[in-house]
Design a protein. Structure first.
Length: 250
């Protein structure tokens, strides 16, 4: 069931989502060679709590950290570790959900580490373009399949692919609500968007083929072929004439 949010609920989701957006600004200067992903996790955890929110990924179905820190071929759910030290040329996706006053905000960004080559920077840019092209279609009356198709079509333009197993989602009092929002879709199909829907659009981009495997820790998802991956996500609300991104800093 897709839950239509009241204006009050939208404002509460906005408040939680802004915590995540502010956190990205806070952590970005520390994303550099020689820093461990565990250090970034602890920094994000501290900031979220100082904002009166809770890092809701911690403990979610047993997940052991406050952020997902996914480096290079890891497309999502990378577990922060003291042993994983960032190096020049890495790219890292940081995916965070915060709970504040009973409502969630969720977003992801992929950052370059140190001096990156054109290949790495291109992957980051493709994920952002996939999001921009998809969200530009959002307005009441549009089929969700049109939005999803835009992500896959944009990725394909660059010879990239998208995973089939993992999706975006609705959001509200729960981290994952209906509808599920794949990175692929058929135009003219799927639920019809309505004002008051709050959703997370999150293109996950794979450099080559879209085959994935899950590591022995039960969480970390990697590209089978070892290619680079990138990920970009925002929490948005469908408005009467379009959309608004909630996971941003004014």
């Amino acid at each position: 069931m897709i839950i239509i949010k009241s204006p009050r609920e939208v404002e509460l989701i906005r408040e939680a989502a802004r915590v995540v957006a502010k956190m990205f600004d806070k952590v970005e200067p520390y994303i550099k060679p020689g820093v461990s992903t565990k250090y970034l996790n602890d920094l994000c955890d501290k900031f979220i709590r100082e904002e009166g929110a809770i890092p809701s990924e911690l403990g979610y179905y047993g997940y052991p950290a406050s952020i997902c820190a996914s480096v290079n071929e890891v497309i999502l759910h990378g577990i922060p570790s003291e042993r994983q030290i960032l190096q020049d040329g890495d790219i890292i996706s940081i995916d965070v959900t915060a709970l504040k006053n009973g409502y969630m905000g969720d977003a992801c960004r992929t950052f370059p580490v140190g001096i990156c080559g054109e290949r790495q920077l291109k992957m980051i840019a493709i994920a952002r373009e996939c999001f921009d092209n998809a969200v530009a279609l959002v307005k009441p009356g549009v089929h969700l399949g049109d939005v999803c198709h835009a992500m896959e079509a944009t990725a394909a333009k660059y010879g990239c692919s998208v995973p089939r197993e993992y999706t975006g989602h609705g959001i509200g009092a729960s981290m994952h609500e209906d509808p599920y929002i794949p990175c692929y879709g058929k135009p003219g199909t799927g639920p019809i968007l309505r004002e008051g829907m709050t959703i997370c659009i999150e293109p996950m981009i794979m450099e080559h083929k879209n085959a994935v495997r899950v590591l022995k820790d039960g969480w970390t998802v990697v590209a089978k072929d070892g290619g680079l991956t990138s990920h970009y996500e925002n929490t948005i609300v469908v408005t009467k004439d379009g959309y608004e991104i909630l996971s941003k800093v004014d």
